[in-house]
Design a binder for this molecule. Structure first.
Ligand code: ADP
Length: 545
């Protein structure tokens, strides 16, 4: 303990001095004028003082070095804890200061002061305990910095999440990085497919000259290409990596550019560039946050690109589909007139009455075949028309509609002695009644056709409310459908070929109709059947909206 007893006017016992020395924290003793009269070695070490220094003389210098930790401004003498304790004769607890040592070093200290009194009960001086809190403060500062970085990444991620549009993603990215890092200009550069050249995909505040120099430049020749290849953050300024600075930039007001990689799925998909009129010194923390932001932007670019590709492919598919539909329509339409001609001539021939019995049988066969062909062509034309002609959407009571279909098919149901059950509450929905009628007609018609020789034939038609949609079904206990046909039967002309179905007539168009109508209405359709002889359940959904 270094105590200037001569000037202190204090009497400090040897025991007390030893006690102070034993305390691990810094101890400072002042007289009642606030001048330092003693400090232990821990305090001396904090201030970088040697034993020989005259602390009394240096008292003012030491105390003048106490600054506010937030504003970094010097604390005026009346606000120092020692002086406050002297003024109030009360302790001051745990105040923090930034200390600027005479040798230029800085540290943070927490000071608590208490008054002490002489024999006459008058204030003799103050005792201050000093704890070095630099580590904690530094940790706090790093944490605050981290928080700022994370919230910046979060902000840009939230913004980019709002859009999937490629152009918007690029423009947001440029504007947001300029905003976060206070840049004067910015750009996003993307390579071509071969990765040989790099292009300015979006930019802000960059001159024509720069754009024409960099746009389409070879990857190997620029700082942008270099970052793309190395996938590290690089900074170029008049004093750092000057040789990499684009020529036009040297003449521009910009003194530095930081280039960071935009990464997705572990590879660089482009680079971001941030231009400043001042020379930007890139700190490690900034480098990290740029890497983070680069990953967020990279993912957003990749997503919007995929989205764009999907849209383009869907458009292509739609146009191909339309073409195919028009083609089918044209062909079936053209088939119709020759069939009508065949039908007409066969009828005429029969009516002429000049036929032998054998010829008459043959003409009947021709007429039967052409009638089937006629209905097939009509079905195909109908199928091609679904969704492509104007339709009326109206409020439809599905229960009423099902009953109408059942009554239309009542003769055939009765012939096969099929017991019909309605299950659940049928909804009222806004839809094209004609279409839904067609779904039920086809499904119930199939249930009748494919009942087989079931001794106790049953048909159940039901509806269930599933929240945002209705689930409807048509269930029979007929011949069933082998598992491998469950998907296929919904395609055009696909029929199950077994001994059970051999004699059943059909075109293989009915379920294709059902699928097309259900999907057009925004629903899905599928079949469940445990296999041969186990019956079939056809399910389909209809959205409520
Ligand atoms: P089809 O005119 O042949 O009935 P669909 O498209 O309506 O054409 O049906 C396709 C095939 O699915 C049918 O040929 C039949 O093999 C099978 N199928 C459809 N409904 C049933 C059912 N309820 N029970 C058993 N098999 C069925």
């Amino acid at each position: 303990m270094n105590v200037d007893l001569k000037n202190s006017g204090l009497v400090v016992s040897e025991d007390l001095l030893r006690l102070f020395e034993g305390i691990g924290e810094g101890v400072i003793v002042t007289n009642r004028f606030g001048e330092i009269v003693g400090m232990n070695s821990a305090a001396e070490a904090m201030f970088g003082l040697s034993k020989e220094m005259n602390i009394h003389k240096n008292s003012a210098i030491l105390l003048n070095g106490l600054c506010d930790p937030d504003t970094k401004k010097q604390v005026l003498p009346p606000n120092l804890p020692f002086n406050q304790t002297i003024a109030t004769e009360r302790p001051v607890e745990s105040r923090e200061f930034l200390v600027r040592r005479p040798d230029g070093k800085e540290f943070y200290v927490q000071i608590s002061t208490s008054p002490f009194f002489g024999d006459d009960n008058a204030l003799a001086g103050t005792l201050g305990i000093l704890i070095d809190v630099s580590n904690r403060r530094r940790l706090e500062e790093t944490l605050t910095q981290r928080n700022l970085q994370l919230s910046a990444i979060n902000r840009i991620a939230t913004l980019l999440n709002r859009t999937i549009d490629f152009r918007e993603v690029l423009e947001y990215s440029v504007r947001q990085t300029m905003d976060i890092f206070t840049g004067d200009a910015g750009a996003v550069l993307l390579p071509d497919k071969a990765g040989r050249r790099i292009y300015v995909a979006a930019s802000a505040n960059l001159g024509e000259e720069f754009l024409s120099e960099v746009h389409g430049s070879e990857v190997a020749s620029t700082i942008f290409g270099r970052v793309l290849r190395l996938a590290t953050v690089e900074s170029v300024s008049r004093s750092e990596n000057f040789e990499w600075m684009p020529r036009s930039m040297k003449k521009s007001p910009f003194a530095s550019v930081v280039v960071f990689p935009l990464r997705a799925k572990g590879r660089s998909v482009g680079v971001g560039a941030l231009f400043s009129e001042s020379e930007r010194v890139l700190e490690d923390a900034q480098r990290e946050i740029m890497e983070g932001i680069g990953t967020v932007i990279g993912a957003a670019i990749e997503n919007s690109r995929l989205h764009e590709e999907t849209i383009q492919k869907t458009r292509l598919l739609e146009s191909k589909n339309k073409e195919l539909q028009q083609f089918t329509y044209a062909i079936t339409h053209d088939l119709k007139s020759p069939i009508l001609v065949i039908e007409g001539f066969a009828r005429e021939l029969k009516r002429s009455g000049r036929l032998e019995v054998e010829q008459d049988v043959l003409i009947d066969a021709i007429m039967n075949s052409s009638a089937r062909l006629h209905s097939l062509v009509n079905d195909l034309l109908d199928l091609a028309r679904v969704g492509s002609v104007e339709t009326v959407i109206e409020e439809t009571d599905v229960g009423e509609l099902v009953n109408r279909v059942l009554s239309d098919l009542s003769i055939r149901l009765a012939e096969k002695k099929i017991k019909v059950t309605l299950d659940g509450n049928f909804p009222k929905l806004y839809l094209v009644a004609r279409y839904v009628e067609r779904i039920f007609t086809n499904l119930i018609d199939n249930a009748i056709k494919y009942m087989g020789d079931q001794p106790n034939p049953q048909l159940t038609i039901g509806a269930n409310d599933k929240g945002d949609h209705y689930l409807l079904f048509v269930r029979d206990n007929g011949i069933g459908i082998p598992q491998e046909f469950h998907e296929r039967i919904f395609a055009i002309f696909q029929r199950v070929k077994t001994s059970d179905t051999e004699k059943v007539e059909g075109s293989g168009l009915g379920l294709a109709f059902v699928k097309k109508i259900v999907e057009l209405s925004g629903g899905t359709v599928w079949v469940e059947s445990a296999g041969k002889g186990k019956g079939s359940s056809f399910y389909f959904t209809l959205p409520k909206q």
